[in-house]
Design a protein around this ligand. Sequence first.
Ligand code: VG1
Ligand code: CO
Length: 543
Amino acid sequence: LDIRTVPTRPFEGQKPGTSGLRKKTRVFMQPGYLENFTQSLFDAIGGIAGKVLVLGGDGRFFNDRAIQVIMRMAAANGAARVIVGQGGILSTPAASNLIRIRRADGGIVLSASHNPGGEDEDFGMKFNGPNGGPAPESVTDAIFARTGEIAEYRTLDTPDVDLSALGERQLGGMAVEVIDPVADYSALMERLFDFGAIRSLFASGFSMRFDAMHAVTGPYAREIIERRLGAAPGTVVNAVPQPDFGGGHPDPNPVWAKELVDLMMGADASDFAAASDGDGDRNMILGRGIYVTPSDSLAVLAANAHLAPAYAKGISGIARSMPTSRAADRVAEALGIEMHETPTGWKFFGNLLDAGRVTICGEESAGTGSDHVREKDGLWAVLLWLNILAVRRQSVAEIMRAHWAEYGRNYYSRHDYEAVASDRANALVDRLRGMLDTLPGQTVGQLRVQAADDFAYLDPVDGSTSARQGIRVMFEDGSRVVLRLSGTGTEGATLRVYLERYAGAGQPHDLDPETALAPVIAAAEELALIREHTGRDRPDVTT
Ligand code: VG1
Ligand code: CO
């Protein structure tokens, strides 16, 4: 066996962010860049000799080539086996499931998620541990440290492995097992949900549209929604994964999935609609004439989970990322179960899920999931919604109205300012940090500040801490502004401003969110001087 040891030098900035290492595709394509990061990852986890890895990606440009590089390096580093999706395809939740059911030592998912794909767009690589979840900060910090000192990597001089056909092949001393990326995942969904009830719902004439956004969920949604659940052929659109996602952003929100939203607000709306992102871990939920915010969706799913077989005994707790609205908190309170507030990013849910302290987790960025895997899971959320609709036989709008009547409504919106010069974005956050102590008691616009801090998290399971996770300003009327910088962008800085206002029982629940949030939006501007710092009149993306 001809293992080649290649001398190399560190690249700057190979620091994993909210969800793995994410860079422009051309950065990843530089000779040695992917190799350095891969070797650093192997080194940081104590080597991979004799280990089993799951490997796949969302099919974006460079996915196929990166997989071959990683397989050769895994073989050269002594891995026993790589389980890879046919054609190099695996959704993030399917990869998480495979790691768990195959008892693998970890997995690598190649994706920049909702970021666009192509030679001039974005690429990414994330590592998940043996529980199937995103590597915790202790691991990503160790990988990053290793990228700064790496001097050589190991690879083989072998031709590419054929990933087009199922079955087992040999690469050096390592087995390459090419598996159907959809089969195990579909079987898992069938165990969690009442497929019979959902089949009856579709048989009764219930209509749906699922937009796979030319990304990874196409084959999964076709198999599950059309074949196994009997939805009409053509229910799943944009179902063939494309290296450039058809030129769009595979980001399921009202901006990038506008066509689907427009359809659902018009005369030709179906009963239910959903979309997922590049790697299949996000979801957008729509009913006839209604868009369900991800924060509300989390609350509704938690409140109704018991209607699905997997959660019939009830849920142990709920976790949400800090910027996610507090709608779910009211459900946890009513159910008398634990509620946890974590920093942004799915990796912070892992310990709580492993310890059985929470069953359902969610983020305002369209991520929802449960303890069935250790990633957020777009199709899971869609299927839980379908299960609930099949049991309640009410429309999405009726379910939302009933939920708000019972718990109150947390009006919510996120304003993103993209590709802002990093120094200006940092200046905005630093200025706010410096003001935090003086804010309580001050009146900003029409609102009085009750408390303000820079969110810090103490993991109740392993005692680890994560500081400086976002500026929170809480107002006396229950409104809230959160500001933080994105950890997934690839160009300058993205400022995210999260706005929330609570309308309790008896208050109107049918306002346009931007109208309901007007005083909070004004307070955010007055506090943070967003226009002055970003030079922008309005956000680039409002979701
Ligand atoms: C964003 C979202 C965060 C999500 C992350 C990864 O991170 O805000 O909630 O977990 O993307 O999602 P940031 O740091 O840009 O705000 V995905 O679908 O890219 O894996
Ligand atoms: Co994603």
